[in-house]
Ligand binder design. Sequence first.
Ligand code: GLU
Length: 416
Amino acid sequence: MAEEHLGLNVALTQLKLAAKKLQLDNGMYKMLSLPKRSINVSVDIRMDNGSVGVFNGIRVQHWDARGPFKGGIRYAQGLTQDEVTALAMLMTWKCAIVDVPFGGAKGGICIDAKKMSTHELERLTRRYISLIFEYLGPHRDIPAPDMYTDAQTMAWIMDTYSQLKGYRVPESATGKPVEIGGSWGRNEATGRGVIHCVKQAAHDKGLKLKNASVAIQGFGNVGYHAAEAAYNEGLKVVAVSDSTGGIYCPDGINPSEVLAHKEQTQTVQNCLGCKNITNQELLELPCDVLIPAALENQITCKNADKIRAKMVAEAANGPTTPDADKALYEKNICLIPDILANSGGVTVSYFEWVQNLTQEQWPLEVVNSKLETKMTKAFNDVVKLAKIEGSDMRTGALMLGVGRVANAIKTLGLWP
Ligand code: GLU
């Protein structure tokens, strides 16, 4: 199995490339290469069996020159400070590319969430938030869901923040359940956004969307909703997978039927009419669109030459290593980078924050149409820059994001 963590060295290499192309001076590069603040806390809780559990909690706040820090909180065993720092950096560029007024952050707790009860997860979440409370807030740093956290986790976060403040602050977290101030369409936003990018890229490449085949690695929130959105757009979802393995059906599957099967059996495998395949085999299938929506470092120098898709849309953060990036580009495979492809989530997080601040609730159609407008604009901005540079889309996206943040820092100046 490939190394599944996003290396800080990868994020720094990407930054260096963008900084060079943008001709940023060394001081600016140094500032952008380090987070503004890294917080480490020990999250101690009472476990259900009466013992004490001690877990490592992290929050990294990268840059906030364009708005408050923003980014998800993930629960993952083996989570490292370096990985969270790299992910926080990607959030800074992502928010700038899709042009929402936020900076970048990321956080998490080193735990295997699957092994914890709901009560333990609630105590863990509340304790963690209380420990980083003074660095959070609707105009400081706003958490959101990420791997193994969801709308319920955000409800606990928002409630803990509100309890400590003494009044209700719905705008202190995004990705909340709709009944307590969440936005319609937030849950589906990342997956939908990926398909907006695929549509746009297909249009540019003259690829017919109707019945175009899609393989999706990962059937969590992002993978499932990407599958749903693809299916609803008339694409043919030929393969999906989860951590137990995948399924392949050249005639196409119905994602909601596979979800029902997974809910019953805890796996997407053994679905009627489908062939069981491995996660590796899924990546190497002949298809029009490949969507890695699971872990980091899935497309590497070891399998890049076996990728047969015409297009790769990175729904996960960091699924392709830099050497694989190069190999795909040389094979003329169009790669839509993570910081563009999966920016739909934070875009609707921004809509949620605005709705909370103005005490409004927008209908789903309004949210979806605003999301499409923002994603299409970001996609076209990236393609335009990549064309001017004669580069791949990742370089174009990085230049756009890093350039906007560097500009904001330069304009603000350094205090004192
Ligand atoms: N965790 C998501 C991401 O990586 C969403 C972040 C947010 O909505 O703030 O983009």
